[in-house]
Design a protein around this ligand. Structure first.
Ligand code: SPM
Length: 288
């Protein structure tokens, strides 16, 4: 079990080989929970200025101050690109934040949720109620187990699949491999869309190219969408998307006013804008 952090003089330091020569720190007030599951180390902190923070193996998964940016975009970009998402699969994201966003869509009838680590769900329910409220919807069916194995048993079942993985240096590494993406494609209905945690265009060029290549090979349309998240390294993270039909880089249906009012990051404008990449990243992805 790896641990990519240190604590010194009231500061949490995230230091990880995936972003060499760089560390991110946040001032903390206290450790609210610290434990180990079968898969990873799980910690919850009270930070001084960013609300509560969840880390897995010492890597920041979310802070209450900016989690909305990541959860809203990873959920609403694929769900609004699809004309009528009824059956949704969410893999990973045991904190519940993605489920919270998915369930804002009235057209969604059924959500399968597969998480490998039951402990993350339990800890989130105890310490992160504004995220774990995502579990309180009767449309959700919870499956505890390996997301890769779960997907292999599914054929043409989902309109949208969302993969909220941690980084490829822990239990989530299998979710970055081509056979998993082949399984995702087979599990989609015709016209389906997949959206996965796509890492940073600045810090993880090899991973971004790797995921973009896979999705270009397997899907009819492919896209990369960028999100600003101050408490992820480099202040940004991306979504890798593949589509069996619909355009990805613009909403395929209107956002109801009452839903827009609930959101803080996603809008039709930011949906389109998030696909406009800096020149170096545009070229990097065009060249593959
Ligand atoms: N529902 C929130 C879970 C977060 N899943 C993604 C976490 C990624 C953490 N590492 C960020 C590294 C960015 N390059």
């Amino acid at each position: 079990m790896k641990n990519h952090h240190q604590i010194k003089d009231g500061w949490f330091f995230e230091i990880c080989p995936m972003w060499p020569g760089m560390g991110f720190s946040l001032q903390i007030e206290k450790v609210l929970y610290s434990g180990e599951s079968r898969f990873q180390k799980i910690d919850v902190y009270q930070t001084r200025h960013h609300g509560k923070m969840l880390t897995l193996d010492g890597i920041i998964q979310l802070t209450e101050s900016d989690e909305f940016a990541y959860q809203e975009m990873l959920a609403h970009v694929p769900l609004f690109a699809h004309p009528n998402p009824e059956n949704v699969l969410v893999i990973g994201g045991g904190d519940g934040g993605i489920l919270r966003e998915v369930c804002r869509h009235d057209c969604v009838k059924d959500v399968d949720f597969c998480e490998i680590d039951e402990e993350v769900i339990r800890v989130s329910r105890q310490f992160l109620p504004t995220l774990a409220c995502g579990f309180d919807d009767s449309r959700i069916n919870i499956h505890i187990g390996d997301g890769n194995a779960f997907v292999l048993g599914k054929k043409k079942q989902y309109d949208v699949i969302i993969v909220d993985s941690s980084d490829p240096i822990g239990p989530g590494d299998v979710l970055f491999k081509k056979p998993f993406y082949e399984g995702l494609k087979a599990a989609l209905k015709p016209g389906g869309i997949v959206a996965t945690q796509g890492e940073s265009i600045f810090l993880h060029k090899e991973w971004v190219i790797h995921l973009a290549k896979i999705t270009k090979e397997l899907f009819i349309k492919q896209g990369y969408s960028c999100i600003m998240v101050p408490t992820y390294p480099g202040g940004n993270i991306s979504i890798c998307l593949g589509s069996l039909g619909p355009e990805l880089n613009k909403p395929g249906r209107q956002i109801p006013d009452q839903l827009q009012e609930q959101l803080r990051y996603y809008s039709p404008e930011i949906h389109e804008a998030s696909f406009i990449l800096p020149h170096f990243a545009k070229k990097m992805l065009e060249d593959i």
